[in-house]
Design a protein around this ligand. Structure first.
Ligand code: BGC
Length: 370
């Protein structure tokens, strides 16, 4: 079968023929339809991230996926041939208390693998085989947007972590709980836009920042969901004096991370999701005033990575809700769909105007529009 392979830390990606995966007892065989591309894939192609599976000469790339069930081994319930499925990414260490309770996204040993990223083959190939507990069945009406489910799962987890920290405040007896309402999203790539959409659906007052004017795809989409857009190309002063209860960072920029801390309101939470370049330039910040305010303001800074199955499931609910509320909005985040053969151009650099680039592995004629 065809597969896009990489050999980190050696840079580069190739489309080659590789053996098809074995359909071991208890697994489901899946034909891959689409794979999304994100910064992690590009970092792996640059040789900055990722790990080849033990004993193999290469890593099959790709973790954002959508496929169709092709074959089911004996004894599997809950799937039929032709089902649309999205596979989760992380496979637990099998030892720590989190991996043993289906929360490998909180693995404590670090001995997990991630398909297409760290030590396990990914989905940029014609086929893969997987155990059913790692497959999430997608309703046909969400087929045109389901390749976004994996990045959405990361967003779902990040927002829930932030919300849980905001919820630590005890409600005043006899008075309604004061809901946090002001959210700031940093970055208008796919993760940032999905975060803005989910937060808007949950009733937050959303502001999103990037380094572009309002007359862009992101600016127009944010206006449609009732969110404010602020261009911080010339500095965060463009935000005026605004402070936020929940800040979701989706840029991977250390400079942005520091600029966001001072945007937290009292009791506010900053959730970092972008993965900075470990070899990036060192930064110098005036830590005294920064962390003094964090303490005096009961503020929290939390990292959030990956997502377990529950976040894929809540993501499906949110995809359906977004389709109902703003038909076609989520699918417009997919700014290009190109055949697998065009992998090199798409993986090399982020094309201008990209929100989400998708590689089409297999054309699927079955109706899957929203
Ligand atoms: C993926 C996550 C993964 C993380 C770290 C992200 O791009 O979406 O599933 O855990 O990279 O490897």
């Amino acid at each position: 079968m065809r597969a896009i392979i990489v050999r980190p830390p050696t840079p580069g990606a190739q489309l080659i023929d590789v053996p098809s995966p074995d359909l071991a007892p208890g697994t489901v065989g899946v034909d891959v339809l689409e794979c999304g591309i994100c910064g992690t894939d590009r970092d792996i192609v640059e040789g900055k991230y990722g790990r080849v599976p033990t004993g193999l000469p290469y890593l099959i790339l790709g973790h954002e996926n959508l496929g169709r069930v092709r074959e089911i081994t004996a004894g599997i319930n809950g799937f039929v041939e032709g089902d649309l499925v999205v596979a989760t990414v992380r496979r637990g260490c099998g030892r720590c208390r989190f991996c043993l309770t289906n929360q490998s996204d909180f693995c404590e040993t670090g001995d997990f693998t991630e398909r297409g990223i760290k030590g396990a083959p990914g989905y940029m190939a014609d086929r893969y085989a997987e155990f059913p507990q790692y497959l999430v069945r997608v309703p046909p009406r969400l087929g045109s947007v389901a390749v976004l489910l994996e990045p959405l799962s990361v967003v779902e987890k990040a927002i829930l972590q932030g919300q849980r920290i905001l919820d630590r405040k005890e409600p005043t007896p006899g008075r309604p709980r004061v809901e946090p309402v002001r959210a700031l999203v940093a970055g208008t790539g796919a993760v940032g836009m999905l975060a803005a959409i989910v937060l808007a659906m949950r009733g937050y007052e959303v502001t999103a920042i990037d380094r572009h004017g309002d007359d862009t795809f992101a600016g127009r989409l944010l206006a449609r969901i009732g969110a404010q857009h602020v261009n911080v190309a010339t500095g965060f002063d463009a935000l005026g004096a605004a402070r936020f209860d929940l800040v979701v960072e989706a840029t991977g920029s250390v400079a942005v991370d520091f600029s966001l801390i001072v945007r937290l309101g009292p009791n506010g939470v900053l959730v970092l999701t972008g993965i900075p370049d470990a070899a990036g330039p060192p930064s110098t910040v005036p830590g005294g005033p920064l962390f003094r305010d964090v303490v005096l303001g009961n503020q929290a800074i939390v990292g959030s990575v990956n997502a377990n199955r529950t976040y894929f499931e809540s993501g499906l609910q949110d995809l359906a809700a977004a389709e109902d509320r703003w038909p076609g909005l989520v699918s417009s985040l997919i700014t290009s769909r190109r055949p697998l053969e065009q992998y090199a151009a798409v993986l090399a650099a982020r094309p201008g105007g990209e929100v989400k680039s998708v590689l089409v592995v297999r054309r699927d004629d079955a109706p899957r529009s929203s």
